[in-house]
Design a protein around this ligand. Structure first.
Ligand SMILES: Cc1cc2nc3c(=O)[nH]c(=O)nc-3n(C[C@H](O)[C@H](O)[C@H](O)COP(=O)(O)O)c2cc1C
Length: 160
């Protein structure tokens, strides 16, 4: 039987959102945008400034920024979870999202995808697997600079 997909994504400068939309078209998926409660302003994500909010959050292992409380539907088998890499890691709101929804997600397959300027996905994927041993993260990908054909080919690795 065909998988039902939900694409949950966090994106501040639309790079990840663009990929999420392409995946949505290919997989006929539903969307769930993960949104922070206290909005990141441009200066909050100016990562060249050592003390910007995103960098401070990233350096604090306990930090779980609040996210907007939009209930997650249960009508999917596979979660595609998309985010930009912030210092090689998922932004902390992704951890907030996973922890809030852990019970529901325990029975699902999770495929992560990310965008970044150049950092590969491996460290982020390894740390998510290590941090959330009850969740099933199947192999993910960094989709920056992928052509629509390459994105389509990638979906075939799990859409069968
Ligand atoms: C706080 C912060 C940290 C970042 N750290 C990295 C990094 O370690 N490596 C990298 O290649 N890109 C890094 N980037 C760039 C983003 O990963 C990249 O621009 C991404 O595509 C943005 O996705 P979005 O438009 O969906 O928000 C960082 C960006 C921000 C805001």
């Amino acid at each position: 039987m065909k998988n039902k997909y939900l694409i949950a994504y966090f994106s501040k400068t639309q790079n990840t959102e663009k990929i999420a939309k392409e995946l949505g078209n290919l997989l006929d998926a539903d969307f769930h945008e993960i949104k922070e409660k206290v909005e990141y302003k441009p200066e909050d994500i100016n990562w060249t400034v050592e003390d910007c909010r995103a960098n401070r959050e990233n350096n604090d292992p306990q930090c779980r920024p609040d996210i907007q409380d939009e209930a997650l539907s249960d009508n999917f088998d596979v979660l595609l979870l998309g985010f930009p890499l912030w210092w090689g890691e998922p932004p902390k709101v992704i951890r907030t999202f996973l922890e809030k929804n852990e019970d529901l997600l325990k029975s699902k397959k999770i495929v992560i995808f990310c965008t970044s300027q150049m950092t590969p996905i491996y460290q982020a994927q390894m740390n998510l697997r290590y941090g959330y041993p009850k969740l099933k993260f199947v192999s993910g990908a960094r989709l920056s600079n992928y052509s629509p054909e390459q994105i389509k080919a990638w979906t075939k690795t799990f859409d069968r």
